[in-house]
Ligand binder design. Sequence first.
Ligand code: 9MR
Length: 352
Amino acid sequence: MTGPGVNRRALIGSALALAACERRADAQTSPANLPTLRSVAPFPVGTCLQALQLDDPAFAALVAAQVSQLTPEWEMKMEYIVQDDGSLRFEGPDKIAAFARSAGIRLFGHTLVWYAQSPPAFERLDVSRIAFDAAYRNYILAVAGRYRGQVSGWDVVNEAVAEDGEGWRDSLWSRKLGALDHMVLAFQHAREADPDAVLFLNDYNLENIPKKRATFLKLAEALLKAGAPLGGLGTQTHVAADLAPGELSRTISDLASLGLPVHLSEMDVSITRSEGLIKDRTRLAAGQARVYAEAAEAFSSLPPSQRFAFTHWGLRDGDSWLKRENAADTPLLFDDQGRPKAAAAAWIGGLR
Ligand code: 9MR
């Protein structure tokens, strides 16, 4: 759906004109030149955010203007919620949920079970499987139950497939509750806590490691066969500007082949991760724009019922997690001041 009163041809024209303008003179662009992401996307468009960022009025205004879905970047994870004594805290996610409510933006939960996070309070549970299972269930019921009716969906299990695509990852959860069982249980507990949320399996590097993509799809099928209420597939899409053309489109259509909704859940396009291969910053920025355009086009071509949401892992370059790896990276659609880049114009231009 193009926003009311907005002419698509004019929009695409202005997007292309903006891209050309940036190419010509590295011009400073103003958000006024480009429609907002949410006004032109025919599906929910999201960003991640941290509660503290909402204290910055410019950031809050950018978010409210541009997106229609919010994913807490880390405050719905165990690392934030679970305290050393096993108690749970919710100030951060509650603040984000309140902002989402007041701005009329939907909320997405991320993430209930992640191999990378096993808080000491769980590690210390030196008990029988039954008691561990009860603690696991209680956690999922407490977190997913707290936001019941407020979230559109949950990343129930995050990054379960091994790095090289050979099988599944080992974790505290798999060791205590079983390789497949801990995932099936997580989906069942999440369903019990929130009957309406769409429940996702989410992973990364599905574009550039075909074996990982195949294992991911087989895992989804195994979960469905085991009766897990899996409702959608998330592909994070942390990619680089030199991603080979076609890989993103192939990934999105392979994921869609199971018939479930797809969430492009954490997109960013790193410049510096491809710098080793292409040294020229102008070519890298053009590559970045091309990757964003391909993602928008491929996602747009899914049947409407399978387009769950398209989430950017941040809006302004300066806020990206990738800055911690390399301060010179500029992986997002907006510059540090919140002005749209050529990448934003290309993303909009790729929408169908
Ligand atoms: O961007 C997130 C960063 O701020 C956090 O410190 C980190 C650990 O919680 O997680 C980052 O987000 C990750 C996401 O939750 C899962 N996929 C990979 C993302 C980037 O590392």
